[in-house]
Design a protein around this ligand. Structure first.
Ligand SMILES: Nc1ccn([C@@H]2O[C@H](COP(=O)(O)O)[C@@H](O)[C@H]2O)c(=O)n1
Length: 641
């Protein structure tokens, strides 16, 4: 089986054949490896269904790879820098499965500190919860010795004398010299994020580039600018930073390392620059190389632009060994093995292998349409939320002998209203695969510890209107045609913008998957032994993917999901009598509270009978003590055993 390598058998999982990279990397004078949006995925992807085995390398394997690549760089007498573009929190049990009293990402981040990162930038997921930002400030940034960059992000805290201070979480910029003596000026920029916690601040990129410190930092000409940052390389604000630098240095090489959209992407803003984004969840390591020597002698008439190359590597041992010229016997370094061991111990300490049940099927976010039996969104809206939240309010609610997923509600909260539950689909971050469903799987699928709140006594007709107004554009336009809600286009536009600023990139990632699926669908008919995986088309010359794959199927999904109508839930006391004016409890995750109350008031004024009613934070009550990190486990225990 040419093109395949059987040597991927160091660990018990996955015992799957992995496809070899297509060609060696192109090295330049200065070379870069980039990670971004790792979100705690430090023990590799452990499931055996493709594409997961493509990403089965863990952080220890990556550390061994980096060490071999550093050695090769020495042999070639060139520079190799390691960059990260942010979002270390929220995504797996290693980052989010800490016992009570712990801090998200604190323990998993200790392992990232052991890699020789040259520059790291802050991401929006370092800012949703103040304690996490404070931990980055106190315990993470110092380990990077001035190379953890937060050019436009501050934290308010206390100095050792208990005075309040407002300071960058890391450094605003850094200047350093590479092993080969090249002068570098580096920044770490975050997109215009608005979902940050109190006592953290994000300055708009357009304002940052006017700051004194910025103008003085870029004044001196380095050999190249290294602009790391948590911002998409296309359709966002990198051009503002790029143009500000270009206004002073028209030809100095600029290397941009972005992220945030979770996509593989590359663009060249001019011939002396390249911008790279390297995916998500430790599925991709990005490679960029540049030959600066061609542009060194600027006075020479033959002085030519920099030549660049880029590559998206699948993160597995076959890839790492291929590019480092090692074998399964020579690949592991003591430090790499130590990191793997430490991560496994952490997984044990956090009890991540605890099994809640056995998932009978795969439930994916976008590989099937919505609604669908195999859609994770359908599972969450129609089954998990109604079951788990009801059980948490009333432990006697379900027949304890019920061992399948059919929900039998018996006299639940007879005195209270029927419920209607809503959550944002962005809270679901990863597919569930059939087989054992563990604590780690629960946290990869739903890593945000959001609470469930409710407002009591919303007219059913209004609740439906809210669901529809929150729903996908197509559905919302249908509402407009039915004349239920006017001005829906503006509402949608505003909502899209708001979602993006609060960090929601799911839509962009799914559009990217879908365009790859369309562009490369001919690969499905190819006779070669291709496996499922990413099939990238970006705006840089040539093919970026290191290994060629058949693209994944991808369907569009709504931004919000809901429980079924109370009428559709068998056994609900109100099942036969619900009308538009029936009062229901509207249950939602606190993450969407502001947005939901705004829309609830809009819809109330359009279709409700009580047009004077304005819902406010004071009307909101706690619905359940269960968090969104826990509902899947409760469901699995009751239905998947
Ligand atoms: N408490 C939270 C925080 C975030 N989310 C979801 O994550 C999205 C942002 O994640 P990116 O990786 O895209 O930056 C955000 O828009 C929400 O969808 C959440 O549900 N709860």
């Amino acid at each position: 089986c040419g093109g395949h390598d059987h040597s991927h058998h160091r660990r018990a999982f996955p015992s799957t054949q992995l496809t070899r990279p297509t060609r060696p990397l192109e090295w330049g004078d200065v070379n870069f490896l980039q990670t971004t949006d790792t979100h705690g995925w430090l023990l590799g992807h452990q499931k055996t269904s493709f594409p997961e085995p493509n990403y089965s390398g863990d952080l220890g394997d990556f550390a061994s790879f980096v060490s071999h690549m550093k050695r090769i760089a020495l042999e070639k007498d060139v520079d190799l820098l390691l960059i990260d573009s942010g979002d270390l929190h929220d995504g797996t049990g290693l980052s989010d499965g800490f016992p009570s009293g712990g801090i998200d990402g604190h323990d998993s981040n200790q392992f990232l500190k052991r890699l020789p990162y040259d520059v790291m930038a802050i991401g929006n997921h370092e800012l949703y919860v103040y304690e996490n930002t404070l931990d980055m400030y106190n315990n993470f940034a110092p380990a990077l010795k001035g190379r953890y960059l937060s050019s436009n992000v501050n934290i308010t805290t206390f100095d050792p004398h208990n005075n309040t201070i407002n300071v960058p979480v890391g450094e605003r910029f850094t200047k350093f010299t590479t092993r080969k003596g090249r002068k570098v000026t580096a920044l770490g920029v975050l997109f215009d994020f608005t979902g940050n916690d109190v006592n953290t601040t994000v300055q708009k990129v357009e304002d940052m580039v006017k700051e004194e410190w910025f103008l003085s930092a870029i004044e001196e000409e380095p050999d190249f600018f290294l602009l790391a940052g948590h911002m998409p390389v296309q359709k966002d604000n990198w051009p503002l930073v790029f143009n500000a630098v270009r206004a002073v240095h028209p030809e100095t090489p600029i290397m941009i390392f972005g992220g945030h959209l979770h996509t593989r992407d590359c663009v060249q803003l001019d011939q002396n620059s390249m911008s790279l984004a390297s995916g998500r969840y430790m599925e991709t390591v990005g490679w960029m190389s540049a030959n600066l020597s061609s542009s060194c002698d600027k006075k020479s008439p033959s002085h030519s632009p920099v030549t660049f190359s880029r590559r998206y590597l699948d993160t597995n041992r076959v890839t790492y060994q291929f590019h480092s010229g090692t074998s399964n016997h020579t690949f592991d370094t003591p430090e790499g093995l130590g990191i793997t061991k430490g991560l496994k111990n952490l997984a044990k300490r956090f009890n991540l292998a605890q099994v809640f049940g056995t998932a009978p099927e795969d439930y994916t976010i976008s590989q099937v349409s919505y609604p669908n039996e195999n859609s994770l969104l359908s599972l969450m809206g129609a089954r998990v939320l109604p079951y788990s939240l009801t059980l948490a309010r009333d432990p006697s609610a379900f027949n304890s002998s019920s061992s399948n997923s059919s929900v039998t509600i018996q006299g639940v909260n007879q005195s209270v209203n029927p419920f209607f539950m809503l959550t944002n689909s962005g809270s679901l971050r990863f597919d569930i695969y059939s087989g054992e469903f563990t604590k780690n799987d629960q946290l990869t699928a739903s890593p945000f510890a959001d609470a469930f709140n409710f407002v009591e006594g919303v007219e059913w007709g209004v609740a439906l209107g809210v669901r529809d107004a929150l729903d996908e554009a197509g559905e919302a336009r249908r509402i407009k045609r039915r004349g239920l809600v006017s001005g829906i286009d503006e509402v949608l536009e505003r909502r899209e913008e708001e979602l993006y600023k609060r960090g929601d990139v799911r839509k962009h990632y799914l559009e990217w998957l879908s365009s790859m699926s369309t562009l490369h669908q001919n690969r499905r008919e190819m006779t070669e032994n291709l496996t499922l995986g990413y099939a990238t088309s970006d705006a840089c010359p040539g093919i970026g993917d290191d290994t060629i794959h058949i693209p994944l199927e991808s369907f569009s999904i709504p931004d919000f999901i809901s429980s079924d109508d109370p009428t559709a839930i068998a056994g609900t006391p109100t099942s036969k009598e619900i009308t538009n004016s029936t009062l229901v409890d509207l249950v939602f995750v606190d993450f969407i509270q502001d947005q939901l109350l705004g829309i609830l008031n809009d819809v109330q004024n359009e279709v409700g009978t009580d047009k004077q009613k304005q819902w406010a934070d004071g009307d909101v009550k706690t619905y359940s003590t269960l968090l969104s990190t826990e509902v899947l486990g409760v469901y699995a225990e009751g239905n998947w055993n």
